[in-house]
Design a protein around this ligand. Sequence first.
Ligand SMILES: Nc1ncnc2c1ncn2[C@@H]1O[C@H](COP(=O)(O)OP(=O)(O)OP(=O)(O)O)[C@@H](O)[C@H]1O
Ligand SMILES: Nc1ncnc2c1ncn2[C@@H]1O[C@H](COP(=O)(O)OP(=O)(O)OP(=O)(O)O)[C@@H](O)[C@H]1O
Ligand SMILES: [Mg+2]
Ligand SMILES: [Mg+2]
Lengths: 258, 258
Amino acid sequence: MRVVAVVNQKGGVAKTTTAANLGACIAERGFRTLLVDLDPQANLTVGMGIPWYELDSALHTVLLDPDETPLRSIITQVHDIPLYLAPGHLDLAHTEALMMPHADKAYRLRNAIEDLTRSESFDWVFIDCPPSLGTLTQNAIVAASHLLIPTEPKFYAFAGMDSLNKMIVALTKSLRFRVELLGVLLTMFERGTRLHTMIAAEIRERFGDKVFQTVIYKNVRVSESEVEGKPIALFDRRAPGAQNYEALAEEVLLRAAG
Amino acid sequence: MRVVAVVNQKGGVAKTTTAANLGACIAERGFRTLLVDLDPQANLTVGMGIPWYELDSALHTVLLDPDETPLRSIITQVHDIPLYLAPGHLDLAHTEALMMPHADKAYRLRNAIEDLTRSESFDWVFIDCPPSLGTLTQNAIVAASHLLIPTEPKFYAFAGMDSLNKMIVALTKSLRFRVELLGVLLTMFERGTRLHTMIAAEIRERFGDKVFQTVIYKNVRVSESEVEGKPIALFDRRAPGAQNYEALAEEVLLRAAG
Ligand SMILES: Nc1ncnc2c1ncn2[C@@H]1O[C@H](COP(=O)(O)OP(=O)(O)OP(=O)(O)O)[C@@H](O)[C@H]1O
Ligand SMILES: Nc1ncnc2c1ncn2[C@@H]1O[C@H](COP(=O)(O)OP(=O)(O)OP(=O)(O)O)[C@@H](O)[C@H]1O
Ligand SMILES: [Mg+2]
Ligand SMILES: [Mg+2]
């Protein structure tokens, strides 16, 4: 099983869009895939057409009391592919504050996933993170075997990548575990924009072959698919966005096999 | 003095871009304007051309110990207009955790600004918030007289506005103070995109005349100005982005006078 945390403290770089669409493309190839929505905005849940505000229990209740609400009790299948979702909820923000005094606060999600895999098997897990480096994101990094860092080719996103790198190194040292960088993904790339080409080149120079060959280009159909509560591959298979995420799925499977 | 918190837990909706450019346009009209960078990413500081990583003290040291490091000791003027900056720093994330046990944790910024205004006067203060509703953003809302909510005309940003509204109402009730919604600002609007037109109409229906008449259109020069560490009005006055933010400044001054 591979557990991938989709993480970047910069907001709006397509973390949720990548978790949803990469997860769906992997599931379409027959792999049992679990999406975990760890963001209080619950955009991944909304993007799969599930109204989080109607749910009694979601990820926040699991993290608060895993014995009372095990992860398997909140998981639901989405669409007709082996794609499953552990839904998020606005109260995750509150949970983050409540977990603060507990010594195991950074390990709650890792323990919950380990407990789940005793009764159900998954090939891939993708965790969508909030745009911050607080306790929720730390839970994702500790639970993960791999990290995927989406970034748009703009200055603020690029400027933040060094501190993200440093934080990840510091966290893995202090919490004594290993996590591998699966890759850095260029998202919302606008062809023919000088600024995007320039910053993408800087990112490739800084992160070398850690940057995926696959680039996700800006494509309005990606935004339109969110409104429909479907991943782009199920909404419009011919759209460039769908083809980009299919290519990314191939590249991720190759990297993980390597 | 008006203190405006630029807030939205959705990431990447142009909070920083709006604080920087609206602040600069207001300062250009002769108003003494202070920008406060309350985001651990310190993008506002970077966008003004200031390397936060070289600073010994910044907003994090003020919030931790306002007697030791008063706000006026970290303020610096930027460009040749009456525009000033209280720089942010990555350690603000750490500060947020350290403030948790203190009873006055939500009031630290408000107290720091009140202390500042005993020795220096400002007409306008704009506070750039991180993409979350945690203690840092609560500090901004408590310190503010007005809120400005930027949002892009996309589904996830729109879906999150109800919970943002509810949180603000709940916070102002529990902390017993009043804050006024200055307005909701449509940003990164792409003309001729059906999805943007549709969602903008939904936002105007939901928030009525709270939505600014001025719309900020997508304009690559805005992103290019960040790289130069200048607000768009100083980088390229003829750019559509500069004209949009000038028009917004006019509308904000009218609303505040009203
Ligand atoms: N390839 C793309 N083409 C066009 N629009 C895109 C693309 N990828 C993402 N978007 C749009 O950009 C917006 C931001 O993406 P998304 O919400 O996935 O980012 P995020 O990093 O999860 O944001 P947050 O930091 O708030 O969690 C979305 O509304 C989405 O519609
Ligand atoms: N009008 C515009 N036209 C083109 N690009 C824009 C515009 N406004 C903002 N941007 C770009 O969008 C990106 C996101 O904007 P910005 O960083 O200001 O959002 P934010 O809400 O502050 O993000 P975060 O949630 O991470 O703090 C920036 O890199 C900026 O260049
Ligand atoms: Mg997201
Ligand atoms: Mg910002």
